[in-house]
Write a protein that binds this ligand. Sequence first.
Ligand code: ATP
Ligand code: MG
Length: 594
Amino acid sequence: MTVTNFDFNSPPAEASLGAVVGVRGSEARVGLPAPALSDLLRATVGTFLAIAAGPHRLVGVVTEVDGNAGGNPRFGAIARVDLMGEIKQEDGGERFVRGVSAYPAIGDSARIIGADELRLIYRTSGARTIDVGALHHDETIHATVDVDNLLAKHFAILGSTGVGKSSGVAVLINAILDARPDLRVFLLDGHNEYGRCFGSRANVVSAGQLKLPFWLFNFEEFVDALYYGRPPVEEEIEILAEQIPIAKGLYQSQRGQNERVSLRRIDPRNAGFTVDTPAPYTMQDLVALIDERMGRLENRASRMRHHHLLSRIDGLRNDLRYAFMFENANVGGDTMGEILTFLFRLEPNGQSMTVLQLAGLPVEVVDAVVSLLSRLAFDFGMWSDGALPMLFVCEEAHRYASVDHSVGFAPTRRALLRIAKEGRKYGVCLGLVTQRPAELDPTVISQCSTLFAMRMVNDRDQALLRSAVTDAAANLVAFVPSLGTREVVGFGEGFPLPTRLSFKSLSADRIPHSETFRADGVANELSDSQSFVRQVVERWRGATGAKLVVKDEHLAEAVAEPRPAGAAAPAAPAVGASTVSSRIEQIRAQLLRR
Ligand SMILES: Nc1ncnc2c1ncn2[C@@H]1O[C@H](COP(=O)(O)OP(=O)(O)OP(=O)(O)O)[C@@H](O)[C@H]1O
Ligand SMILES: [Mg+2]
């Protein structure tokens, strides 16, 4: 080929490299010299090219280079270039816009994009951008993300284990907090590793500090906790479904009397509560109601059912691991406002982020807690008409919203899906992190408009990513298996172009890792090995069993083998899980009709 105008020693901003030899949709084929003419003029997969299409300057990325130039004597290779955007002349200067308003013609010249042009692309004018790292193409250029676009919908960080996802979350959230002081951030920290990542900006809540009164859980969540994540006994949940709304009514009517809220006496049975209304009641009332009902029964089997249920409730209340649900649950009365304020940092001028450390909660109840918190985040957004925008970040997202509906707890999946589908209307943005993207419900991923893809070697994970990005960018998924630690290919609305970048490097004291034990296996503040082992044993016992009151064989069965984290609940001996959940649905429908 004849190449004109270039100077091997200067940046090749204006040096023509090749020419358009074919165009199909948003893809152009560009003839290139081969071998490369110089180090500065190497065009390979991932290189950005500028194509002069008449008055338009188009920007595209090379997705494939073929050494067979199809017999064209002018070129040694043909590159496929996905056209991504355009640099436009405006009154005040130049501006990059996504999408192309014109297509190239055969013979239009192509060149490698210059550093100034790249800078222009990542300095999107008029937008609030955050700097998350450096471009792979040129480390002197900051990789920026449009924070409003990022948060307008949802985002996900995907990548195999150990590639830097959690560190990426720390980089991203710190930058987001700088740019959006109005935003509340809630981070579910499954491995207690983010405690130090956000300094004084985050309120770190450990499992021991968490208070989530049992009455805040909806019926399915409460039942899940009561049966330690196992399928419940149908007759027992019918009793509960009948008595819980009455217990709420009783609480309300007592409060009415005590506080003289209303002179009209409220009938607890017709107070208008459903099993799911997040209104307080006391366990004493619930137990008394069940006890009273039992006293009126003549059938021995029914009496035994009631008795089993009471034993079960008693067992849960006395289980020290569940103190976060029962201890002081009714102190302070209706504390829902305080709990929301505390968890979602609703008081003005305070820390705007919560890191909730889930490790330390009983594994059997984590699903129900995540379901409750996701619901609270969404419902708060909905009932406040999105007045306070919130980012809800969920690590290990595949565990809570699995593609396999028999894995995990259905209400948790539903709660996350609801944020994914409708959260943006109410200012609730979801940030998902997973090391097993192929196991994540594709509906959730499809709602994420910005994706941070880190190294993934598994074909199924790559296939999922390919299906989630636009056709034009799908070819770039090929980079994903070869990325290094910290490296990302960013797709979607947060980025001006599909971007290969490295997340900023975190200082050693800000890198997420488990608090109690360091990576080198040495306990942090433990002086001798005996106390170290003693503490391990205490933690172990604390998490897998405490003071358990076992009064019947069903309960004994339920508590004897705690479910390991992430493991699916085994099938019920008497009633199948799906039968029970459909029964819960029926009961709910009946109660609502009433
Ligand atoms: N941005 C970064 N700055 C500094 N170090 C990093 C960064 N990203 C990754 N690392 C290094 O890589 C290690 C693993 O990173 P990280 O824990 O973030 O990976 P991960 O993908 O979240 O792993 P896992 O799947 O186990 O949760 C860190 O402990 C740190 O040493
Ligand atoms: Mg991690």
